[in-house]
Write a protein that binds this ligand. Sequence first.
Ligand code: GFB
Length: 326
Amino acid sequence: MFQSLNTKANIYVAGHRGLVGSAIVRRLEKDGFGNILTVPRSELDLRNPLAVDAWFTKNRPDYVIHAAGKVGGIHANASYPAEFLYDNLMIHSTVLHAAWQTGVKKLLYLGSSCIYPRDCPQPIKEEYLLTGPLEPTNEAYAIAKIAGLKSCQAYRRQYGCHFISAMPTNLYGPNDNFDLHSSHVLPALMRKFHDCRAAGGTEVTLWGTGNPRREFLHVDDLADACVFLLDRYDEEPIINVGTGEDISIQELAELMRQIIFPESRFIFDPSMPDGTPRKLLDVSRIHKLGWHHRIALSEGIASTYEWFKKHAPNSINVTFPELNRR
Ligand code: GFB
């Protein structure tokens, strides 16, 4: 089934409690991997180089999927740039360095579509990286992510490490962050329509103008792509992971209204930022390798909403409690 992976290998999933990491663990377990390594933040602060070195020396992972990091939606990114920059720069540096020092066979690093210039041509090809200015609302996060992917390339060139980087588009799914201040748009809209219905309301207020366009990938599809790439891809260039299809925030809101609370209506608050006008990835490279997404957006929203209803009371995924405390 796999070209190079062996289900007996030790695979460390960094960030296993987050949206991405938890999906990767689910996927690896389904594929029969018996030695998945995880460590909670309370036991290992990935910003601490000495602690990370010691953990890698003791646990000796064969493979690493690096899905750890401080993430958030447009408001969180714009409000806490220092934290997004510091935490992510540190987390990426410590993990990559320890992986090199302990001879990890292969590492998959996850970036983000916000690394590309704000106004680059659409769909976004991998080679558009560093060809123009970044979107100001997420510049700090993007700089840290660019440093991470460039580190992978540097360790590859200087030390021959098999470090690869994938750039996922906007993600959603189970274990997302549904906190209205720090979440991304899809979980925020889910919570807003759900709470409106539960409260007997009629109107939901959304941010910005509704005109920006975004591409959404279910996190189970991303997990599938991660295992695919870890198994088969071993080159320096970054590789986009998405669906190749986008919709406007207005269209997304309409879709979610129909699924969650058809009797409601929504309005936009243009005093909130729009962010990047459009972010659609060119996925022809990963398609050529033989990978395609499977989960249609409406199907993914419906299944995520089922998950949300079961977990709603506890659905704030506090992957960065600092943001939720404020
Ligand atoms: O998903 P999102 O927060 O981040 O917002 P980005 C996408 C769009 O949805 C923006 C609008 O135009 C928002 O104004 N929007 C409408 C809302 N209503 C809401 C709402 O209630 N909550 C939120 N959050 N948005 C992030 C970056 O950018 O994308 C990160 O900040 C990362 O760095 C991530 O790259 C993938 O798509 O604009």
